[in-house]
Design a protein around this ligand. Structure first.
Ligand code: ADP
Length: 990
C-alpha cells in the first residue's frame, strides 16, 4: 500500500516537471514560430490571444485528466464510509435488539405478554413485512401441526394472525419440506420464487416474496418456529438477520423450557398439596407412632379434627388386633401397602389400606403413612367378586365356549364348558396356540381372519371351521372372534364358539338334496319351470327347451302366458288364479312352439311360496289325439247304436240289468226306454226259452260272446223270436244285438216238420227195399241159375229161338240182380246199416286188379286205358272193397260213355291225408245242369241214353255214398261232348 502510494507520488512529480518543461517550450517557442509565420502585428496579436487561450485550455484539460480519478476515489471512499457507518449502526441495532430481547425473556412475567414485545422489537430492527411465531401441536391423526400464535406486521401489510388456515395446519399439508429442515435445526431461508411447490404457492398467496424461518427448540423438543416475511422485495436475508433471529429463537426456547419446568414445579407442588388434602385418603406423618402432621383427608376418615389428631398415638386409631402388625411394619420399615382394620372417633371400625414410607420432613426423618378407607372399595370388590362369580357361572352355563387369546393367538382364558363339548380341560388349553386345534384345511383362512381384525378395534370375524376334540375327532363349530384388545377387562381377542356339527350335517344334507333336486330338475323327463310373482319364468330345465324349441336364456324372463295358444289362454289365466288361491292346479293347454306349431301340454303346478311356483309340463299331444279319436269313435258308435236296425241293449255285468237301450230295442219289445232300464236280462224271456237263455248268458259271461235264439215276450204278451248276439265290452258291460227272427223261425219250424216227415218216409222206404231185395233176390238167383243151366244145354239141346230167349232171361235176370244189389247196397247205406271196413292195403295192387278186370271192356272198344299212380306210400287205409267198387263204377261209366278209340285215364295222388283220384274220359260229357243231380239215385242224362247205354242210374248214387263214408267228397268237371272227369277224395287213415 505504501509502495503504491510512493510510486503515485513520483509519477505526479514527473508529470509536473514534464509539464513545466513543455509549457516553457511552448511559451518560448511558440512566439518565435508565430513571428516567423505572421508578420502582421494585428494578426500576430490575435494569434497571441488564441495561443494563450489554447494554453489555458490544454493545461486545464491535463489537470482534469489527472484529478478526475482522484475525485472519484475520494467520493467512493466517502460513500463507503457512510455505508460502513450505517452497517455498524444497524449491527449495533441488531445487537441492542438481541440484548433487549434476551432481557425481556429473562423477565418473570407472562410469556404471552413478552412475546409480542419481542416481536415488535425485532420487527422494528429488521424492518421486514411480517414477523411471527408458530407453535407446534401434536395431532394423532394429522401428524405434527403448526398454529400461528404471535405476529407483528408493517404498515400496509395484511395481518395473518386471524387466518384460520394458519391454525392447526399440518406440516405435511402446509410446508412439507419445512419440517424436515427445521427439525434438524437448520434455517429455512428462501426467495419465494425459487421455492418448490406447494410451498411456493402457499407463500405467494400470502404475498410473501422472501421468507426466513428459524426453529425454536425447547430443550430437545421442536416447540415451533420464528420467522420473517418480506412482502416488498425479494430480500436475501443477511447473516445478521439470521443471527438475530437465531439468538432470539434460542432465547424463546429456553424461556419456554424454563417456564414449563417452573409450571411443572408449581403444578407438582399444587398436586402435592391437593394430594395431601385429597378427600380420598388420609396422610399421617408420625414419629414412632405419635402423629406429627395429618391432612384433611385423615380428619375426614377418622372423625377427629386436625388438632385432636396432632400428638395422638397412631395406635388409638387402629383396631386392637391389627396394632401388632402395624407396630412390626413401622419397626421393620416395611414400605409395601397392607390392609388393616381401623377405628373411628365414634368407635366404629373400617377397613383401610395403609402404606408407610420414611421421608425427610422439616430436616428430620419421619414416617409418613397414607391411609385409605377402603370400605367402599371392599364393598365394590365384594360386588365385583359376586359379579365375577355370576359372570363365570353364566359363562359356564351358556352353551358357547368362551376363550380369550392374546394378539399372538395364545389362549389366555377358556371357559370350563370346553370340556363338556370338546373334552379338553381349560387348563390344558391355556398358553397353547389357538390355531393348534383348528383343522389344517381351515387353519390358514382362520389365521388370516384373525390377523385382519388384529389392528381393527372392536372388529369381529366369524367362520365355520372344524375344531379338534381331545379324542382326536373334529367337530364343526361356528367360530366368532372380536378384537377387544383395547377393552380394559378383556385385553385380548374374545372368542366364542359352539358345536354346529349337527347343523352343518343338516346343511350339507340340504346342499346335497338341493344338488340332487337340481340334477333331478335338469334330467327330469318332463319340463320344469319356476315362475315368480310377476308371472315370469325364473328357472327352466333343458326338457322344456326341447319341448318348446326355446333356449334357456330366451325362456328366462318370458311371460308365462306368452306362449299359450289363444284357445287355451282363458283356461291358463283361470288356472293361474286357482294356483295362487289354492296352491296347486292341473290343466291341459295348447302351447305355441318357437316354430309356430302347437302342442298339447299338461301342466301340473304347485305354489312353492308367495313369490315362486313350480310347473311340471308334459307333452300330451299323442294322448290328446288318441282321446280325440276315442271321442270321435264314441260319437260314431252312439250314432250307429241309435240308428241301428236291430235292438241294442247294454248290460251291466254286475247286476245283469240294462244300462242303455236303443230306439229299435224299444220298438222290438214294446217297452219304453225307462221301463227297459228297470229290467234284467231274464225279465222278458218266454218260459220255453228260459233254459236256453240262462245257458247263453252263462256262455257270454265265460267266453265273452254268445249267440242264442230266444222267444221274448213283448209288453202286450206276444212272443217274438229274437236272435241275440252278445259280446263283452271292456268296462264290465255286455252289448247285445237283438234281431226279430220270428218269420224265419216259423219257416224253419215248418221245414223241420217236413224234414222229419221225409226222413221217416226214407227210412221206411229203405227198410221196404231191403226186405224187397231179399225177397226178389231169392227167385232171381233161381232164374239166373236155371237159365244158365238151360243155356249150357246140360238137360238137352235148345233150338236157336229157345237159346235166344234163355239168353234174354239170363241177361234180364243178371241186370235185375245188379239192380237189386245196387238198391240193396244203397238202402243199406241210407238205413245206416252199411259199415266201412277199413284195412291197410297196397293201392297199386288195387289199381292193378282194376286194370285187369276193366281192360277187356276197354279193349272191346279200342279205348286207351291209362292208370297213373302218384301216391308215394304204397300202403293206404280204406275200405278196399268199396274203393274198388267206386273205381269200377266210374271206369265202367267212362268206357261206356266214350266212343270207340277214345281214352280213359285214372290218376291217383295224395294230398295231406287225402287220396285224390280222378277218372277222365273223352266221352260224350254231361250237361252242366245235371252235374248235381247226376249223383241222385235213378238219375240218368236222358232216356235215349238209357236205351243206348243201359244202366240203372244207381251207380253214381252209391259211389257218392261210399265216398262220403270215407269222409270224402265227389264232384264232376264236364261239358257236353267234351268228355267228363269225376274226381273224388277219401280220407286215408294210414
Ligand atoms: P247207369 O250208368 O247205370 O245208368 P249211373 O248212376 O252209373 O247209372 O249213371 C247215371 C247216368 O249218368 C248215366 O245213365 C249216364 O247218363 C250218366 N253218366 C255216367 N257216367 C257217364 C260218363 N262217363 N259219360 C257220360 N255220361 C255218364
Amino acid at each position: 500500500m505504501m509502495a503504491n502510494f510512493k510510486s503515485n507520488k513520483y509519477l505526479a512529480l514527473k508529470v509536473a516537471l514534464f509539464y513545466i518543461f513543455m509549457a516553457t517550450l511552448w511559451i518560448l517557442g511558440s512566439d518565435t514560430v508565430l513571428s516567423w509565420i505572421v508578420t502582421d502585428p494585428d494578426m500576430y496579436m490575435q494569434f497571441q490571444t488564441y495561443k494563450g487561450m489554447f494554453f489555458v485550455i490544454a493545461t486545464g484539460f491535463l489537470i482534469f485528466l489527472y484529478l478526475n480519478p482522484k475525485i472519484k476515489d475520494f467520493n467512493k471512499s466517502r460513500i463507503n464510509l457512510l455505508e460502513t457507518e450505517s452497517l455498524l449502526k444497524k449491527r449495533l441495532d441488531y445487537e441492542l435488539t438481541t440484548i433487549e430481547c434476551m432481557r425481556l425473556l429473562q423477565e418473570p412475567g407472562d410469556i404471552d405478554e413478552i412475546m409480542p414485545r419481542i416481536l415488535k422489537k425485532i420487527h422494528h430492527t429488521v424492518s421486514n413485512s411480517r414477523t411471527y411465531i408458530f407453535r407446534n401441536e401434536e395431532d394423532t391423526e394429522l401428524g405434527l401441526c403448526m398454529s400461528q400464535v404471535y405476529e407483528e406486521v408493517s404498515e400496509g401489510i395484511e395481518a395473518q394472525i386471524d387466518n384460520p388456515e394458519l391454525q392447526h395446519l399440518p406440516y405435511s399439508e402446509g410446508a412439507p419440506t419445512l419440517l424436515e429442515i427445521i427439525v434438524s435445526g437448520q434455517n429455512y431461508s428462501h426467495i419465494v420464487e425459487e421455492l418448490e411447490e406447494p410451498e411456493k404457492s402457499i407463500l405467494k398467496e400470502q404475498g410473501i416474496l422472501a421468507v426466513l424461518i428459524i426453529p425454536i427448540f425447547s430443550g430437545e423438543r421442536l416447540w415451533g418456529f420464528i420467522g420473517f416475511d418480506d412482502c416488498v422485495e425479494e430480500r436475501r436475508w443477511h447473516e445478521d438477520d439470521v443471527n438475530l433471529l437465531r439468538v432470539v429463537a434460542d432465547g424463546i426456547g429456553e424461556a419456554i423450557l424454563r417456564r414449563d419446568s417452573e409450571r411443572e414445579l408449581i403444578e407438582s407442588e399444587e398436586r402435592f398439596k391437593a394430594l395431601h388434602n385429597a378427600s380420598f385418603g388420609g396422610i399421617v406423618i408420625h414419629d414412632k407412632g405419635f402423629i406429627v402432621d395429618v391432612n384433611q383427608g385423615f380428619s375426614d376418615i377418622t372423625g377427629y379434627s386436625h388438632d385432636e389428631l396432632i400428638g395422638m398415638s397412631n395406635y388409638t386409631l387402629i383396631a386392637e388386633d391389627c396394632r401388632e402388625t402395624v407396630r412390626n411394619n413401622i419397626n421393620s420399615g416395611y414400605e409395601e401397602p397392607y390392609e388393616i382394620t381401623m377405628l373411628r372417633k365414634d368407635g366404629t371400625t373400617y377397613p383401610a389400606r395403609i402404606q408407610g414410607k420414611i421421608i425427610p420432613y422439616k430436616g428430620q426423618y419421619f414416617r409418613v403413612a397414607e391411609i385409605k378407607d377402603i370400605t367402599e372399595q371392599k364393598l365394590s370388590e365384594e360386588l365385583l367378586r359376586e359379579n365375577e362369580q355370576k359372570q363365570a357361572a353364566m359363562i359356564e352355563n351358556i352353551s358357547d365356549v368362551i376363550a380369550i387369546a392374546d394378539r399372538n393367538g395364545i389362549i389366555r382364558y377358556k371357559s370350563a364348558n370346553v370340556e363338556k363339548w370338546f373334552g379338553w380341560k381349560p387348563e390344558e388349553l391355556i398358553d397353547t396356540d389357538l390355531f393348534d386345534n383348528i383343522h389344517s384345511e381351515e387353519q390358514v383362512s382362520t389365521k388370516d381372519l384373525f390377523l385382519n381384525i388384529l389392528e381393527k378395534k372392536r372388529e369381529t370375524f366369524s367362520s365355520k371351521i372344524r375344531y379338534q376334540c381331545k379324542d382326536g375327532n373334529y367337530k364343526w363349530i361356528e367360530f366368532t372372534g372380536r378384537n377387544l384388545l383395547d377393552d380394559p377387562i378383556i385385553q385380548g381377542i374374545l372368542f366364542n364358539y359352539h358345536d354346529i356339527t349337527e347343523k352343518k350335517e343338516a346343511e350339507d344334507a340340504l346342499l346335497e338334496s338341493e344338488k340332487k333336486f337340481r340334477t333331478y330338475i335338469e334330467n327330469a323327463p318332463y319340463g320344469i319351470l319356476i315362475v315368480d310373482e310377476n308371472q315370469k319364468f325364473v328357472e327352466v330345465n333343458e326338457t322344456i327347451c326341447i319341448m318348446t324349441g326355446y333356449r334357456v336364456d330366451e325362456l328366462i324372463g318370458m311371460d308365462m302366458f306368452s306362449r299359450v295358444a289363444p284357445q287355451s289362454r282363458d283356461e291358463a289365466v283361470k288356472g293361474y288364479h286357482k294356483l295362487i288361491t289354492t296352491g296347486f292346479v292341473s290343466e291341459e293347454l295348447l302351447i305355441n312352439r318357437r316354430t309356430g306349431t302347437n302342442f298339447w301340454m299338461r301342466v301340473d303346478a304347485v305354489k312353492l311360496s308367495d313369490t315362486r311356483s313350480i310347473l311340471f309340463a308334459r307333452d300330451i299331444t299323442e294322448r290328446k289325439n288318441a282321446e280325440n279319436a276315442v271321442l270321435e269313435s264314441e260319437r260314431k258308435f252312439r250314432t250307429y247304436i241309435e240308428n241301428a236296425p236291430y235292438g241294442i241293449f247294454i248290460v251291466n255285468e254286475k247286476n245283469d240289468t240294462f244300462e242303455e237301450v236303443n230306439e229299435t230295442a224299444c220298438i222290438l219289445t214294446g217297452f219304453s226306454e225307462e221301463e227297459l232300464l228297470k229290467m234284467n236280462v231274464y225279465s222278458r224271456v218266454a218260459p220255453e226259452s228260459q233254459y236256453k237263455g240262462i245257458q247263453g248268458y252263462h256262455e257270454l259271461k265265460s267266453k265273452g260272446f254268445s249267440s242264442v235264439e230266444l222267444k221274448i215276450l213283448q209288453k202286450n204278451g206276444n212272443g217274438v223270436w229274437m236272435r241275440i248276439d252278445s259280446v263283452r265290452l271292456s268296462n264290465g258291460r255286455f252289448i247285445m244285438f237283438a234281431n226279430d227272427i220270428t218269420e224265419r223261425k216259423d219257416a224253419e219250424f215248418s221245414l223241420i216238420e217236413a224234414k222229419m216227415l221225409a226222413e221217416e218216409n226214407n227210412r221206411m222206404k229203405s227198410e221196404f227195399l231191403a226186405n224187397m231185395s231179399h225177397e226178389l233176390r231169392t227167385p232171381l238167383t233161381a232164374i239166373i241159375g236155371f237159365s244158365d243151366v238151360l243155356n249150357d244145354e246140360i238137360f238137352g239141346e235148345l233150338n236157336y229161338k229157345q237159346k235166344r230167349h234163355v239168353k234174354h232171361i239170363n241177361n234180364g235176370g243178371r241186370h235185375l240182380l245188379d239192380l237189386i244189389n245196387d238198391v240193396l247196397d244203397l238202402s243199406k247205406v241210407e238205413a245206416g246199416k252199411m259199415e266201412l271196413n277199413r284195412e291197410v292195403f297196397s293201392i297199386s295192387d288195387l289199381l292193378g286188379d282194376i286194370r285187369e278186370s276193366i281192360s277187356p271192356m276197354a279193349l272191346k272198344k279200342n279205348i286207351d286205358l291209362e292208370i297213373t299212380n302218384d301216391i308215394e306210400s304204397q300202403e293206404i287205409s280204406a275200405d278196399k272193397m268199396k274203393l274198388k267198387q267206386i273205381l269200377l263204377n266210374l271206369l265202367s261209366n267212362a268206357i261206356k260213355f266214350t266212343p270207340d278209340n277214345g281214352k280213359v285215364s285214372v290218376t291217383a295222388i295224395k294230398e295231406d291225408s287225402e287220396i285224390k283220384i280222378s277218372v277222365s274220359d273223352t266221352g260224350i260229357g254231361i250237361p252242366e245242369d245235371m252235374h248235381e243231380s247226376i249223383f241222385s239215385p235213378f238219375t240218368q242224362v236222358d232216356s235215349s241214353n238209357k236205351r243206348e247205354y243201359g244202366g240203372t242210374g244207381l251207380g253214381l248214387a252209391l259211389v257218392k255214398q261210399f265216398v262220403e263214408m270215407h269222409n270224402g267228397s265227389i264232384w264232376l268237371e264236364s261239358n257236353e261232348g267234351e268228355g267228363s272227369t269225376f274226381v273224388f277224395t277219401i280220407e286215408d287213415l294210414n
